[in-house]
Design a protein around this ligand. Sequence first.
Ligand SMILES: Cc1cc2nc3c(=O)[nH]c(=O)nc-3n(C[C@H](O)[C@H](O)[C@H](O)COP(=O)(O)OP(=O)(O)OC[C@H]3O[C@@H](n4cnc5c(N)ncnc54)[C@H](O)[C@@H]3O)c2cc1C
Length: 415
Amino acid sequence: MERTTCCVVGGGPAGMMLGLLLARAGIEVTVLEKHGDFLRDFRGDTVHPSTLRLLDELGLGDRFARLPQRRLTEMRMHIDGVEVIAGDLRRIPGRHKYIAMVPQWDFLDLLASAAAAEPAFTLRMRSEVTGLRTAADGRVNGVRYLDRSGEDGAAVGRELAADLVVACDGRDSRVREAAGLVPVYREVPMDVWQVKVPAPRDAVKDGRVFLSIGGGQVAATMDRGDFYQTSYLIRRGSDAALRAAGLDRFRDRLGELLGWDRTVTAAIRSWDDVRLLEVTMGRLTTWHRDGLLCIGDAAHIMSPTGGVGVNLAVQDAVAAARILAGPLRARRVSRADLARVQKRRMLPAAVTQRTQDGEHAMLLRPALDGTLRGDRLPLPLRLVRRVPALRTVTGYLGGIGIRPEHAPAFARRPA
Ligand SMILES: Cc1cc2nc3c(=O)[nH]c(=O)nc-3n(C[C@H](O)[C@H](O)[C@H](O)COP(=O)(O)OP(=O)(O)OC[C@H]3O[C@@H](n4cnc5c(N)ncnc54)[C@H](O)[C@@H]3O)c2cc1C
């Protein structure tokens, strides 16, 4: 049977970062990713200053800077005709005073190519984990997976033995379920429709994200140069009813909210161009079992609000690599080691989710109900409008967050 020291399930931001860091520590690591590439849209394209600094420490900052990207220095909203700058990154500490908007596949490709340079690293694409292997004493000691990497794409059942399995398989984590770990879910008011719309010439706004709110509608537009990646929020569970109301109605409503005429919204040709992403939010009480750890969305499922989940997942991976490299090298990873990772990362995850809860209650729920009005903004928004220094504080919290992680010494490389 195949064997590795650490099996990482899922090649998203958490999994690829963890794979890279452990490989740089000289630990045999195998990442199993169910898809054949990283080319999936709408996975979250925000790379925050905390992650940019980490890339510098890993010697990858220059390569990252060469990726096509747009830079966001302010978090701007339009509420019922009133402009609110909810966060300003221009005065936060450090070299990177912006959020880089980069297609996530470019970011993951960068991590994958850096990891490929490490002899201890293996990435298996088209490898979908279906279950866990356990020893007689109940300790997880590997995974079962379906390997579809053959030329004919046929699924071949395989097993991979490992000293430690790390679940980085995202919000619907199969590994988490197989381990019997159940998140405590939190209420969210919305689901998301994702559409791509060509940027109207006169509407390109220097790569800023605009959260636009008005008339019971909410949309976040990410300026990607020649198109807008648009997230249109709908009330949770209302997808079928809204689709039944017809595509023209959606085009008109979106156009009305964003000031786009029909030539722009005509780019949405059919409902196939409107992708539903069901939003869930929740967190495990215990992130580990003997031989198994969950990090990223597998441990704490993030709402898209604030666009922070990718960076939180990356930070989890850094903490996990720093804390577990020693025990993995000694091939003795205890429950206490795994608990240390949870202890380190629980606070940032809990605070970020609490903030998202607050944003849902203060902003998004009333916005979708049509009760949020520009002339009666909630107190926190009135304060950030009036006090510029507060915008730097919110920019810091959004861009760097609490307990940012630094690359461990074993993973650092010169630029
Ligand atoms: C609609 C929406 C929009 C969002 N927008 C943003 C944003 O703009 N910015 C932001 O920071 N966050 C955003 N988020 C949150 C963000 O997507 C997550 O927090 C983040 O992706 C978590 O990273 P991860 O590595 O833990 O998991 P994921 O990114 O979900 O990666 C999991 C990986 O595991 C693989 N996988 C899954 N199951 C298996 C299996 N059984 N075997 C092998 N591989 C498997 C998947 O293919 C995937 O590659 C958004 C979330 C939603 C719902």
